[in-house]
Design a protein around this ligand. Structure first.
Ligand code: NAD
Length: 250
């Protein structure tokens, strides 16, 4: 699916692999210049840059930990220096951890919240300074269906994603007078390194619980993000979009 995103600049966090890579590729296919961030998988990040350039697009990969305010400010300065302005920010970087609540340390809790929720706040705060001046911008936050269903093995992850949902609505209210739309995409099971299957049977069992009978692809999320950045989504803000094959129908 392609949209008209020519002459637009997008920053996608955690674009070295998985869903972030899928989002970066879909935005680039629609003509946006894409700056992806990463903290690990340096080679993979360069691979994504190469894939976008092979499509005829423009891409950069920049090292930045979204949980560190100074890293985010440096990233913003580098991007603005190189590209002049930023039109889209996709807060995709995220981590998870399978542990019961009683097994979690405060350090575990803080690590997940800092990356998933605080990182989304820091990126949004840094990049909307420029967007507000230009009276145009799109922020897309990647949530999770776990924020709706709950999960019996990672309360900190689910809480971070629930926080993203509330953050999205409140930020949409604050920024709508400045022409900035803020939305969230809530994926179901998507085929990335974040999901680990114990066996083919376990994967097949999971697929059987999904009405559309398949695990999603990163491009499924990329299509939704590209749409939310397109002119067709000009009248959409503060909304959550569920891309999950029918797994959850909130
Ligand atoms: P992934 O582990 O494959 O990729 C995560 C990316 O985030 C990597 O590029 C990693 O380098 C980056 N990252 C991690 N910590 C970072 C930090 N502090 N600063 C900057 N970058 C950082 O995971 P994925 O499956 O592609 O997940 C992407 C997003 O989608 C996450 O927010 C995740 O919670 C969400 N999600 C995934 C699924 C799924 O089934 N895969 C389902 C629901 C939601």
């Amino acid at each position: 699916m392609q949209y008209d995103l020519k002459d637009k600049v997008a920053v996608v966090t955690g674009a070295s692999r998985g869903i972030g890579r899928g989002i970066a590729l879909e935005l680039a296919k629609s003509g946006a210049s894409v700056i992806g961030t990463f903290i690990t998988h340096n080679e993979a990040a360069n691979g994504v840059k190469g894939e976008i350039e092979a499509l005829g697009g423009e891409a950069d990969m920049m090292l930045a930990d979204v949980s560190l305010e100074q890293d985010v400010k440096n990233l913003r300065d580098r991007v603005i220096d190189s590209y002049g302005s930023v039109h889209f920010v996709v807060n995709n970087a995220g981590i998870h951890q399978h542990l019961k609540s009683w097994e979690l340390t405060l350090e575990d809790w803080n690590r997940i919240i800092s990356t998933n929720l605080t990182g989304t706040f820091l990126m949004s705060k840094a990049f909307t300074v420029d967007m507000k001046m230009r009276k145009y911008g799109r922020i897309v936050n990647i949530s999770s269906c776990a924020s709706y269903t709950g999960t019996d093995h990672e309360v900190h992850y689910a809480a971070s994603k629930g926080g993203i949902n509330s953050f999205t609505k409140s930020l949409a209210l604050e920024l709508s007078p400045f022409g900035i739309n803020v939305n969230a995409v809530s994926p179901g099971f998507i085929d990335t390194d974040m999901l680990v299957w114990d066996s083919d049977e376990q994967r097949a069992d999971t697929e059987a619980t999904i009405p559309l009978q398949r695990i999603g692809e990163p491009a499924d999320i990329g299509h939704m993000v590209a749409f939310l950045c397109s002119p067709g989504a000009d009248y959409i803000t503060g909304q959550m979009f569920h891309v999950n094959g029918g797994l959850v129908m909130p």
